[in-house]
Write a protein of this length. Structure first.
Length: 510
């Protein structure tokens, strides 16, 4: 006999499950090889051994070579093996571990189909192709690391791997084929790499535990409307710069029903960051996983998955509710500090703002009761500090008077025209404040919680406009001194008329 068709060999294999010796072409220790022992054609299914390593002469494992060998628990392929056929380990129900040698580039279709005990597969970095149904029905497989070179994964490749909990797809992959993870009922997280452009029909069908998916592509991939059929609502994490694109892409499709879009967060040394621009490599501080305490010296750059990003934004409530944080030094890379970034940091005493910051939002230091000093670098073109008090650069707007300052009296600079939102909020020590003649506007809750205030002097000839809650919790019976020529105007003005002890300024009142 000089040739056997592979289809015939497969048939013979299934009909001879109890045969312990196979003689096909050449036999070596009861195995079937080709004449020069470079191809392993068939491993006897009835052989009692639980582990096997082919001889070093083998270059190829033939189709169905180990199919139905339900006693084998471990197989190690030597580095000499360069290719394996289809259905190689099909139905090896006792197989728990396979070590595939480096140099193999393809795992063909049905290679591990219904290997129900398989828990570990060590795949080589050389691998580029995983065929259809390659791991279908591997019900004990809990995790699988796919090499980055894999660029083609066939349909149903991991279907009904009911113990698989998490999948990180390789960077080189461009398409997730139909039914690829169908019925993976334990799968909770999936990471879709940046080069994926298509997610096909029923790809994650009936993945009933899938609640989190990260998609790293800036351009939203094309997703078939039935790709997530039978799944619960999924939190989908994308880069901050891509949020709008994803919302627009899926706005008028049924796929939107499955998605709850959120921003990708990466944790570095206990702080959470989101990437704001993948090309410019910039990031925003978004929060924390480990609550910072004591002094926090922020780094100007952070390393996220091997790439260096520059910190440019301290995000909304990023460091809020850190009761043991006492001091913060902001790096010179930061240009913006967003709303309530240090909200209710009750032990915070000092903050250093660098020259680079050009944008500061409201409620930055609300309920920071211990704050005594805000320092702004002299080179800053947008803001300045005087005696630890935060102003805009021209000192026309008072942004924040530290709530923990010990002084009992304060006279605003004559240059000030606006007192910002919560500027004096919950300042405990102040008993007297003098507001200058150029002030025209006082923001919301500017003096809210100043319960120690006993006297207020306002030099403005026209009553400044008051927003909501400016004097919330301030005693309305305290003396408020205003210019004599404007006394009646104050008595008629919204907010000011609530004070019952409005008086004209005399030589001894201010």
């Amino acid at each position: 006999m000089t040739a056997i068709r592979k289809s015939r060999l497969q048939y013979i294999h299934f009909q001879c499950l109890t045969i312990k010796t196979t003689k096909i072409g050449y036999s070596n220790d009861r195995f079937g090889f080709n004449k020069d022992k470079t191809i392993l054609l068939c491993y006897p299914a009835g052989k009692p051994d639980t582990a096997y390593t082919p001889p070093a002469s083998v270059r190829e494992i033939g189709n169905s070579a180990f199919e139905g060998c339900n006693r084998l628990a471990q197989v190690t392929l030597p580095n000499t093996v360069k290719s394996t056929g289809t259905r190689v380990f099909y139905g090896c129900s006792a197989l728990t571990q396979v070590n595939i040698c480096n140099g193999i580039t393809r795992i063909e279709g049905h290679s591990f189909h219904n290997c129900t005990a398989l828990t570990q597969v060590n795949l080589p970095e050389s691998l580029t192709f995983i065929g259809s149904n390659a791991f279908t029905g591997c019900t004990a497989l809990t995790q699988l690391t796919l090499p980055n070179a894999v660029n083609n994964i066939g349909s149903y490749a991991f279907a009904h791997c009911t113990a698989l909990t998490q999948v990180n797809l390789p960077e080189s992959l461009t398409k997730v084929q139909f039914n690829c993870f169908e019925g993976c009922s334990a799968l909770t997280k999936v990471d879709i790499p940046q080069n994926v452009t298509n997610i096909e029909s029923d790809c994650f069908k009936n993945c009933t535990a899938l609640t989190e998916m990260t998609i790293r592509a800036i351009v939203p991939p094309a997703i078939k409307t039935d790709a997530f059929r039978g799944c619960p609502r999924i939190s989908v994490y994308v880069f901050a710069e891509a949020i709008a694109a994803y919302e627009n892409s899926y706005e008028h499709t049924d796929i939107w029903f499955h998605f709850d879009l959120q921003t990708i967060l990466c944790t570095v040394y206990g702080l959470k960051y989101e990437i704001t621009d993948t090309k410019a490599k910039t990031a925003r501080l978004a929060g924390y996983e480990i609550e910072p305490a004591g002094k926090l010296d922020m780094a100007d750059t952070i390393n996220i998955e091997g790439t260096t990003y520059t910190l440019t934004i301290i995000g909304k409530t990023a460091l809020a509710f850190c009761p043991d944080l006492t001091e913060v030094s902001i790096p010179a890379s930061v240009t913006s500090i967003e709303n309530a970034a240090f909200y209710k940091c009750i032990s915070l005493r000092q903050v250093d703002i660098p020259h680079s910051v050009t944008h500061i939002e409201e409620q930055l230091f609300t309920y920071c009761y211990a704050l005594t000093h805000i320092h702004v670098d002299n080179g800053n073109t947008a803001f300045c500090s005087v005696d630890g008090i935060l102003f805009n650069k021209g000192q026309t707007t008072l942004l924040r008077y530290p709530a923990g300052k010990a002084e009992t009296a304060y006279i605003l600079p004559e240059s000030v025209t606006r007192i910002d939102m919560e500027a004096f909020g919950h300042v405990a020590a102040l008993t007297q404040v003098c507001i200058g003649s150029r002030v025209t506007h006082i923001g919301r809750f500017a003096f809210s919680g100043c319960t120690a205030l006993r006297q207020l002097t306002v030099l403005a000839p026209v009553p400044p406009m008051l927003e909501k809650g400016v004097f919330n919790k301030v005693n309305r019976g305290i003396p408020v001194y205003v210019p004599a020529t404007a006394l009646e105007a104050y008595r008629a003005a919204e907010g000011w008329k609530e004070f019952t002890n409005l008086q004209a300024i005399s030589d001894t009142s201010a």
